[in-house]
Design a protein around this ligand. Sequence first.
Ligand code: NAP
Ligand code: GLV
Length: 309
Amino acid sequence: MSFLIIAPGLKVDSWIKQLRALEPRLDLRVWPQVGDPDEIEFALTWNHPPGEFNQYKNLKCIASLGAGVDHILRDPALPASVPVTRVVEASMAQSMSEYILLSVLNYCRHLHAYHKDQSRRKWQPRVPLPAHKIRIGILGLGQLGADAARKLCHLGFQVGGWSRTSRKIPGVSTFAGNEALDNFLSQTNILICLLPLTPATEGILNLTTFAKLPAGAYVINAARGAHLVEKDLLKALETGQISGACLDVFQIEPLPEDHPFWDHPQIVVTPHISSLTYPKAVAPQIVDNYNRVKSGKAPMHVVDIERGY
Ligand code: NAP
Ligand code: GLV
């Protein structure tokens, strides 16, 4: 049973090292050096070329290298009967929560403005926004959103969260479904997107959504670039409906050099690093799934292809 890594443009040396350390006899191939396609039964992937999986007639599992699977499900020729799995790992939630806390505190303590002041040698104290007066709303209460919600609660913020189905998290006001979205938004000063990218969530950060937030709200997007209608954010910043944004993901990555976000004074840009997949932490669950599939069992962390996550 051969194992294929198919991640064009990504350095996979440390994946190979970790996978081999756990399973020394693994018949590991790295795309495009595939060998006989009929021997490939397990694929670990990030941004595969569309249609590619159709040539692997004996494929039994397509494993995402990350938490998101939109890069797999967007392939119109994806073989329908092969299960797709994703990464579910505590270190990814921890890393994402660190990023979210950093972005929230950066905003509340005006760090972005102090960086600019420092470059101009300007001494200008600003009043911090106290945690207990700030209402944070998290779109998505899954592995990442729920962890961030709990940690923000511990810091004393008022935290709300929105999900598709009803969720309960101690200390967090939860809202479920489209009918609850407006109510959720009306109570949110800092809007954080941690949703999977699906047809239902694409473009959710748009002018209509922004208009439902209290004026001057702040936006953090650490999910996918396609959640945000980028021109709508620029408009909302211009009118003051949105006072600033911290963005880790973009419609086009790497963010093009001439993109207006780069030098926008109210936008913080980071290069899709809010939560990285560490091969050492994640390889054990990939190898575990490979062995499950090899012994005829269903893999863990299978996504619902219809639902999109
Ligand atoms: P997850 O565990 O699958 O959780 C997804 C959450 O979103 C769930 O609470 C789900 O609701 C909710 N949701 C999905 N569709 C919805 C809809 N139409 N309306 C309302 N709520 C909806 O996913 P996760 O592990 O937290 O990851 C979320 C996303 O973060 C990933 O898909 C990936 O795109 C992104 N991500 C980004 C980075 C980065 O470095 N920037 C790193 C890792 C992940 P239910 O609870 O009702 O199912
Ligand atoms: C990263 O973006 C992931 O989906 O893990």
